[in-house]
Design a protein. Sequence first.
Length: 263
Amino acid sequence: MIEKPRAKTFTKNPIIGTKFTIAVSSAKGGVGKSTFASNLSLALKKQGCKVGLLDADIYGPSLPKLFDIGDKPESDGQKLIPILKYDIQCMSIGFLTDEQTPMIWRGPMVTSAIKTFTQKVAWKDLDFIIVDMPPGTGDTQLTFTQEVKMDGVIIISTPQEIALQDVKRGIKMFDKLETKIIGLIDNMSFFKGDDGKKYHIFGEGGVKKTAEEFKKDFLCEIPLDPEVGKQGDKGIPIVESNPENEVSKIYLELASKIKNLYL
Ligand SMILES: Nc1ncnc2c1ncn2[C@@H]1O[C@H](COP(=O)(O)OP(=O)(O)O)[C@@H](O)[C@H]1O
Ligand SMILES: [Mg+2]
């Protein structure tokens, strides 16, 4: 008798030391994924959660810059100890390589880097780990989603049509791999002028429409605010440096929503 070919199944390993792992994913680079992941982590902390931030964007790690961390993590002999900054346990491939080194990775190296960062880090007593994923729906992201048990993923995009095409691909990938999509974020969705008017520079409503089309939650719009970029460049993200800023308030509200969803 000929056996039916079975779909390949994967064992998803949970990250040890946290109650929940939430990934931040984007279809493209440059849409504000790392800015979002770092500000969301800080907002969750301000809501009283214990938070870790794993910068898993091995091609373009940005946590060293966003949190202004120049130290190398120490090891306890078995595991790497996360670096504590702003009360957040942080880990990034960027802590281990110098800023100028281009990252040229081949498949097996990517897999082993993912294993190291998910299984060989001494995360401790966390409610949430926020994972800044590599962008796109290529092999790296696929491997990550197959290997690591994630309790939810937030997909972030900008409103341009070209970004939305990739978002749809991302939604399909997570659905197929049975990773719960918490919802979609529309980042840099408008600019508020001095006249108080909203200017939709990159188009309007596309991310929300995509969410509706795929029956996913639309979480929020985050305006384009030069202050967000400036504070990120300084190594103190906006939620930490100016919690009263309008963008910070959006993050705090979102963090409260996520906290209530899980804890
Ligand atoms: N809401 C925002 N308003 C203004 N600038 C933003 C906003 N979100 C992100 N940026 C800026 O956009 C650029 C890309 O963001 P980044 O988080 O590095 O994107 P990604 O991780 O997706 O590549 C950065 O210069 C960042 O400061
Ligand atoms: Mg990034």
